[in-house]
Design a protein around this ligand. Structure first.
Ligand code: NAP
Ligand code: BGC
Ligand code: ZN
Length: 353
């Protein structure tokens, strides 16, 4: 079968031939429908994040997948079920407790593999196998957009953890700021509909398709070249909730200053090392004196995937028309990895039946 992989030493993905996997006991064989591409895939391809499976010269990419059960192999699934796989897998017994509790997302990164990202092949192949426990069944009518369940699940988790950090008092947030107008930022902005006023940060000139989405969602576009994140409270207003999805390390610090008293910022970006100067004393005092919280959040578990399925079916259709800028067949896979200003979210389509 064909798969999209990054080879050791290469800086661009390629289509490779690889054996079709055979499901072991307890595993399901899934025929892949679509696999999305996100900023993490670009970081993996560039060598800034993730890692190859031990003893392999390549990594099959892709962690945002949707497929159809081809062979349930004696599990509780049926042939034809539409499924989305979770990302983390236990490489050995060290993370056993986290998986047993259904919380692999809370395991330290060195104890887990992430399919398509680190240590284990991903889903960007005509078929993949997975233990049944790591597959989430979704309604068949969501098959076309099922590759968005994984990224939405990332924000389901981040929201849960950030809001839990404000659960000890009467918190009534009104304002939300999303840092980043990539696919994660825009999906998350769409999930902020309960806030009274929303803002989204980018660094683009108009006209730009992401600014159009921001404004169609009723949010205010903030250009970081004109308004640095720490100046947002003066230019606009202080934010009760900040969601960082730029991977721009300075934003982790500036988010503290963008927060209103009692606010919380969720940090999602996965930056590379970058040293810069900050006034640590002022930030420390601000966090303490204003009861602010900073929450890091990575990955997501089955519960977040299930919540993401509900969210996916509740979001307006126009959003996906605007957000999904390209679905590409395997023969034009390179276009799915294009990273220009006309691209928001892309996916590779494997099944043309
Ligand atoms: P993406 O498509 O690369 O989006 C990042 C966006 O941030 C881009 O649109 C970029 O603008 C914008 N940006 C970067 N620096 C900026 C700045 N200084 N000012 C204003 N805008 C800036 O990536 P993504 O897929 O949306 O993911 C976002 C981040 O979250 C990545 O770091 C990714 O690795 C991380 N992530 C984390 C998790 C997790 O579990 N924690 C899950 C998924 C993704 P331009 O396009 O104009 O450059
Ligand atoms: C994936 C997560 C993963 C994280 C860190 C994200 O793009 O969606 O599942 O845990 O990257 O590798
Ligand atoms: Zn991702």
């Amino acid at each position: 079968m064909q798969a999209v992989a990054i080879r050791r030493g290469s800086s661009s993905p390629a289509v490779i031939e690889t054996p079709r996997p055979e499901p072991d006991a307890g595993e399901v064989l899934v025929r892949t429908l679509r696999v999305g591409v996100d900023g993490t895939d670009h970081e993996v391809i560039a060598g800034g994040h993730g890692g190859f499976p031990e003893d392999d010269d390549h990594l099959v990419l892709g962690h945002e997948a949707v497929g159809v059960v081809e062979d349930p192999n004696g599990t509780s699934f049926s042939e034809g079920d539409v499924v989305v796989p979770t990302v983390r897998r236990p490489p050995n017994g060290d993370a056993k407790g986290y998986f047993e509790r259904g919380e692999p997302d809370m395991a330290p990164p060195n104890l887990v593999h992430e399919r398509g990202i680190t240590g284990a092949h991903g889903f960007m192949a005509e078929y993949f196998t997975s233990p049944a426990e790591f597959l989430v069944k979704i309604p068949p009518e969501l098959a076309d957009l099922g590759f968005l369940v994984e990224p939405i699940s990332i924000s389901e988790k981040a929201f849960e953890h950030a809001f839990a950090a404000r659960s000890a008092f009467d918190w009534d947030p009104e304002t939300a700021l999303v840092l980043g107008n990539g696919s994660l930022g825009l999906l998350t902005l769409a999930m902020c509909a309960n806030f009274e006023r929303t803002f989204c940060l980018g660094r683009r000139d108009r006209p730009d398709p992401t600014i159009d989405v921001i404004e169609e969602l009723g949010a205010t576009y903030v250009d970081s070249r004109e308004t640095p994140v720490d100046e947002i409270p003066d230019v606009h207003e202080p934010m009760d909730f900040v969601y960082e999805a730029t991977g721009y390390a300075r934003h982790a610090c500036q988010a503290i200053e963008a927060l209103a008293p009692n606010g919380v910022a969720a940090l999602l970006g996965v930056p590379e090392p970058w040293e810069f100067e900050i006034d640590g004393g002022t930030l420390h005092k601000d966090l303490v004196m204003n009861n602010k919280a900073l929450v890091g959040s990575v990955n997501s578990n089955r519960r977040h995937f299930e919540a993401a399925v509900d969210t996916l079916s509740s979001l307006p259709e126009w959003l996906f028309d605007d957000l999904v800028t390209g679905i590409y067949s395997l023969s034009e896979f390179e276009r799915a990895f294009q990273d220009d200003e006309t691209t928001i979210k892309t996916a590779i389509q494997f099944d043309n039946r």
